[in-house]
Design a protein around this ligand. Sequence first.
Ligand code: ADP
Ligand code: MG
Length: 314
Amino acid sequence: ATPTAVMVATGIGANHGILIKGGDALERACLVQCVVFDKTGTLTKGKPLVTHQTVKIFSKTPLAQFLTIVASAEAGSEHPLAKALVDYAHNHLVFTEPLTPRSADMPKNRDLSWMKEASGFENMPGEGVRCTVDGISVLIGNRNLMRKFGVNLSEEVESYLQQTEDRAGTGILVAFDGTIAGVMGISDPLKPEAALVVEGLQRMGIRCIMVTGDNRSTARSVAHMVGIDEVFAEVLPGGKADMINQLQSDGTVVAMVGDGVNDSPALAAADVGIAIGAGTDIAIEAADYVLMRNSLEDVITAIDLSRKTFSRIR
Ligand code: ADP
Ligand code: MG
C-alpha cells in the first residue's frame, strides 16, 4: 500500500474512533489469525455489581464495619471490581435504599467522608489488594492471594465461593488479620456485542481465545456465553504475555484485546495490541490500536480496514 493509502486508512479508522499508532500496526492487523480477549472490562462491561444476596459475613464483624474497611482498602485500586466494592459500600452506608443497577454509574462527587485511611496499600495485579485499615491487616482478592498469605478457606467458605462462581459471578474473599471475614459475590454483565463479535471473527477464520486472571468456573461460564471454547483462567499478568508468546511460537499472528494494567505486558507482546479506550492509561500506552468507542465491534472494523488497505499488494 502507498503512504497515501495508509493515511486514508488511518483517517477512516479515526472516523470510527479507532486510533492507529503507525503504519506497521495497520499492516500487521490484516495478518491476524488469532484474537485473545481479556475477560473483565473487555468481554464484560467491567462495571460489575455486588448484590445484596451475595455479601456473606463469616465473622463477628458488623456489616457496616465490614463494608467500611473493604471500601477503604479498595479505594486505592483502579480495578473494576474494586470500584464495584466501593460503590456498593457507599450505597449501603450512605443511602438506606436497596441497591439498584444505577449505582454502577454513580456521580463522582459523592460523599466519601465515611472512608478510613488505608496504610501500606499494595496492589497485587491479578490477585487483589493488601493494606492496613484501623490496625486491621486486610486482604481482599482471590484464592491465590489467600494462599500466598496463608489464609485458610474453611469448607463453608469454599462451598459458598463455588456457589457464587457457578452463577457466573466472581467471589471476592475478604480476610481480616489472616482469617476470612466475608465473601462478596460480584457479577459483571457481558457487553451486548461480545457474542456477535466473537462469531464475526470466527466467521472471518480467526481463532478466538479468552484469558483471565479470574477463576476457572467464572471464566468457563463467561466464555460459554460469548461462544469461546479456548479458555485460559487464573493467569497472572506476566502469564498473559507468556501465553501470547507461546501462541506466536509456531508463527501464528496474534492480536490481544485488553483494558487493564494487567493486560499491558500481553498487549505489548502481541503482534497487534488493541486497548479499550475506557481502559487504563498503561494499557492504552502499550497497545498499537485504541478503540475510543469502547465497542468490540471495532476489533472487526480494525482488521477489516487493514485487510482492505493491504489486500492489493498480496
Ligand atoms: P481479568 O484478567 O479478567 O481482567 P484480573 O487479572 O484483573 O482479571 O483479576 C483477576 C482476579 O484477581 C479477579 O477476578 C479478582 O478475584 C482478583 N482481583 C484483582 N484485583 C482485585 C481487587 N482490586 N480487589 C479484589 N480482587 C481483585
Ligand atoms: Mg481486564
